[in-house]
Design a protein. Structure first.
Ligand code: NAD
Length: 478
């Protein structure tokens, strides 16, 4: 049965590499019915700040599968990244980015690399929650949830098992972000216990990224947060030979989107120079997803044979390694010519059944926890003397709430703090705590007193304990 799919041609090199890819799919006999939507630059320029029109959402939701070329997000205020919007709106929580080297046919310093990065796709700094709070302070919220972490971990572990992988590495920065990244790492450890046969390890992201650049063959599956995953997958693709080689899938419970990991490459757009391999690899992942693994194998093997024959686009062309430098469309023709062939030296693929695409929704229920309100952090715009602010805020005490300290950029600034070496900004965190607990009414009353004194409160955060453990960090020096 013909599977309907949605196709977006995108911007920059998008139309060229998409046309090349669809040509190969058609010639390979992919049984797909294509519906095209327009997204990206032209839509942004029509005034749609999301880069997509309502009619396109209808098509997407009906077909459930999208093959998408890269798009250009206009710089400047007001425009939201379409990619991020799509991932969140369609619940595409897992981003799968395989990277491998094709030694000796594509030049690389790392002949044996073959890794898959499983990137959490909806949370982290990409939740898109930002504030401009004072003249000096901008805030971007890093959101990590227990349920989101659990879901991506299950996906990554199940993917590793389904694809015969041996080792899984978690990368985070939990030495610094002990709560948010700590949760991510802890969830990895907890869920990992259910997969005793897989080797497990954790790297702090900075040394992890360095190791990917220097020794990528040491990794098998990597599971990580949204931003880290974005960065390390570009590193991985680049050290494998070219950012133009890697494809990816974005999957959720109901929808899936397939795209190259690179962008719209405006510098080479319209020049017939772009490598269509990234989007072609994504199309292979899509064919597996829609239950056409035979066609996926045919396309992938023909592509491998083309690479092996030294027919290369400029990004991977190297004298003495490559045989012929070709443009985008000629590369596609070369792949079409090899449909039905298998590579002689590179390992041929034989896809059988659909890769695991969405983790079962078997999320563990949270253990019963006792959540207690014990105070509030009140953020205040202030450019004057710290001691004067301390005294002013002390005057707001009342109910059971007393002022504990002031902090500036997370560093204790009052009382008993030497601020002479600190680069102070114009927003202070004033921490008020109840004796044992606090109430919302006490907090509201405190804010009313602040308002009556004309204090510019820029935001507040409640302080909770969970089963007695503080749900907030202490300021440095506190
Ligand atoms: P880019 O990936 O477009 O280009 C980086 C470099 O890699 C350029 O030198 C480019 O020529 C080269 N390159 C990329 N793809 C190639 C290919 N297939 N073949 C040969 N060379 C290739 O990154 P950028 O320049 O930072 O971003 C350009 C635009 O793309 C921006 O507007 C950005 O927002 C957008 N972007 C879109 C996506 C997406 O749609 N998924 C992803 C990343 C960036």
């Amino acid at each position: 049965m013909t599977t309907p799919i949605t196709v977006a041609y995108g911007d920059g090199i998008g139309p060229e590499i998409m046309e090349a890819t669809l040509h190969i799919l058609r010639e390979a006999g992919a049984d797909i019915g294509i519906e095209t939507i327009e997204v990206g630059e032209r839509v942004y320029n029509m005034g749609a700040t999301s880069g997509i029109l309502p009619s396109a959402w209808e098509t997407l939701k009906r077909n459930k599968v999208l093959l998408k070329a890269p798009i250009t997000t206009p710089q400047g205020k007001g425009y939201k990244s379409l990619n991020v919007t799509m991932r969140k709106t369609l619940g595409l929580y897992a981003n799968i980015r395989p990277t491998q080297s094709y030694h000796p046919f594509v030049k690389t310093a790392h002949p044996a690399m073959n890794m898959v990065i499983v990137r959490e796709n909806e949370e982290d700094l990409y939740a898109g929650i930002e504030y401009h709070q004072s003249e000096d302070v901008y805030e971007c919220i890093k959101l990590i949830t227990r349920s989101g972490s659990e879901r991506i971990m299950r996906y990554a572990f199940d993917y590793a098992v389904a694809n015969g992988r041996k080792k899984i590495t978690c990368m985070s920065k939990d030495n610094i972000m002990k709560m948010a990244d700590g949760l991510f790492h802890r969830t990895f450890d907890e869920i990992g216990k259910e997969y005793p046969k897989l080797e497990k390890e954790h790297y702090i992201i900075d040394i992890g990224a360095a190791r990917i650049a220097a020794k990528p063959e040491a990794f098998d599956i990597i599971v990580t947060e949204n931003l880290y995953g974005d960065i390390i997958s570009d590193i991985a693709a680049e050290v494998s030979g070219s950012v133009g080689l890697a494809g990816s899938s974005n999957v959720g419970e109901d929808f899936a989107m397939f795209e190259a990991i690179h962008g719209s490459a405006p510098d080479i757009a319209g020049k017939d120079m772009a490598n269509p391999s990234g989007i072609l690899q994504s199309a292979v992942m899509m064919l597996i997803h829609i239950g056409q693994p035979d066609i996926a194998s045919t396309v992938h093997n023909a592509w491998l044979a083309t690479i092996e024959d030294g027919i290369h686009t400029p990004d991977i062309y190297r004298q003495y390694v490559s045989r012929e430098k070709v443009g985008t469309q000629a590369f596609a023709e070369a792949v079409v010519k090899r449909l039905g062939k298998k590579p002689a030296q590179l390992a041929a693929v034989e896809y059988k059944k659909a890769e695991k695409t969405a983790a079962p929704a078997k999320m563990a229920k949270a253990a019963v926890i006792r959540k207690e309100l014990i105070g509030v952090d009140v953020y205040v715009y202030w450019t004057g003397d710290v001691k004067a602010l301390g005294n002013k805020m002390k005057g707001l005490e009342g109910g059971g709430l007393t002022l504990e300290n002031l902090a500036n950029k997370g560093l204790k600034a009052w009382p008993d703090a030497d601020t002479s070496g600190m680069h102070l900004t114009d927003q202070y965190r004033c921490r008020f705590r109840g004796k044992d607990s606090a109430t919302h009414a006490e907090i509201v009353a405190l804010l009313a007193r602040a308002a009556s004194l004309g204090i510019d409160v820029t935001k507040t955060d409640n302080l909770y304990t969970f089963d007695g453990a503080p749900g907030f960090t202490l300021g440095q020096g506190e």
